[in-house]
Design a protein around this ligand. Structure first.
Ligand SMILES: *Cc1c(COP(=O)(O)O)cnc(C)c1O
Length: 343
């Protein structure tokens, strides 16, 4: 906060690049092996829209493969397959199932001349948390290489959460383009996309594909983002502590639920987790749909009455914070106990 107050006094907007914007760019380029060049926008949605412009311009192809239940912002093409899509303008989006390499391969094999990229949340977070099977992300990398498509990792949520340098460092995969947002703005609006410089160079002013924004890389967002990332940089293993705390909480919750005969399954990756009213580990959009949403609603209401505000949907990820301490976790476990005991 103090860094934001300080930044306000030196001017909130100039309409031209500032030193702090370059510092944040440099920080991210150093942090992510796959990012050689980066551009800022104002939200995660803008980041994926711009990334898709870049991959289309670079490949000369217009189609994009996305996974059912994946969220990449409100762009029409990216809402394809969700209840929020406007069907008449969805074209050019091919829908695959998360964790289904064979189905994805079939789509590419049949349509590769039209497919610019595969875009994926490397750990799914917007249909509830789903972990990639061990062969899934390496398989997507190989499919892209085989069919001349680019691999876009949407790390807007997973960046600095499932590992310091995102899912790509955790799983050792090099995407062509990475989308970032959320945490890199330290609470203020931001988005970014970056990657291989030969691809990023298609964007103006180096190339002829236009993308811009009045507030892109504004000094307040860049200041807040840089302060947050510098803080995380001091102890790059912080996400392991988040994962440990989330695992502890989830194993307590599942064992309480089981004691009262309610089947649950918890998925935890880094600070991201979902407590599912499901018996088995979900692998894709269809399998999370089997969750008992009536039970979830009952759990949510009960927790709220007991003073714990859980994410308000079964299909939304919960996030452990460095600020959550032992007594917060104890309070949550006690609340869950009272909810399940009075089921
Ligand atoms: C939140 C999110 C977005 C959209 O970001 P906004 O800043 O809300 O536009 C895109 N992709 C993923 C994976 C997200 O979690």
């Amino acid at each position: 906060m103090s860094r934001i107050y300080q930044a306000v006094t030196t001017g909130v907007h100039f309409g031209t690049p500032t030193r702090v914007e370059s510092e944040l760019a440099l920080f991210l380029v150093n942090c992510f092996d796959s990012i050689e060049m980066i551009r800022f926008v104002n939200s995660g949605s803008e980041a994926t829209i711009a990334a898709l412009r870049a991959v289309r311009a670079f490949t000369g192809r217009s189609g994009v493969v996305k996974f059912l239940g994946g969220y990449h912002g409100w762009d029409e093409a990216m809402l394809s397959g969700s209840p929020y899509a406007a069907p008449h303008v969805e074209g050019h989006t091919y829908l695959a199932k998360y964790n289904d390499l064979e189905g994805t391969r079939n789509i590419l094999a049949e349509n590769y001349e039209n497919i610019a990229a595969i875009i994926v949340e490397p750990v799914a977070g917007n249909m509830g948390v789903i972990s990639p099977r061990p062969d899934f992300l390496p398989g997507l990398r190989a499919l892209c290489d085989e069919f001349g498509a680019l691999l876009v990792f949407d790390e807007v949520m997973t960046g600095f959460r499932v590992a310091y340098a995102g899912a790509q460092s955790r799983y050792g995969i090099r995407p062509d383009i990475t989308c970032l947002g959320k945490i890199i703005g330290g609470g203020l609006p931001i988005g970014a996309y970056g990657g291989n410089s030969s691809i990023m160079s298609v964007m103006a002013p180096l190339g002829s594909t236009y993308q811009g924004g009045t507030y892109s890389g504004n000094p307040l967002s860049a200041t807040a983002g840089l302060a947050t990332l510098h803080f995380l940089d001091q102890d790059q293993g912080y996400w392991k502590r988040l994962e440990e705390k989330a695992k502890t909480l989830c194993s307590e919750l599942t064992s309480i639920a089981n004691r009262f005969g309610i089947p649950t399954y918890a998925e935890v990756i880094g600070g991201m987790f979902t407590f599912y009213f499901l018996e088995n580990q979900p692998i894709d959009y269809a399998s999370v749909q089997e969750a008992n949403v009536k039970y979830f609603a009952k759990f949510f209401q009960g927790m709220l009455e007991a003073g714990v505000y859980w994410p308000p949907s079964q299909f939304e990820a919960a996030h452990m914070s460095l600020a959550h301490n032992d007594s917060d976790l104890e309070l949550t476990i006690k609340a869950a106990y009272s909810v399940f005991a009075n089921w």
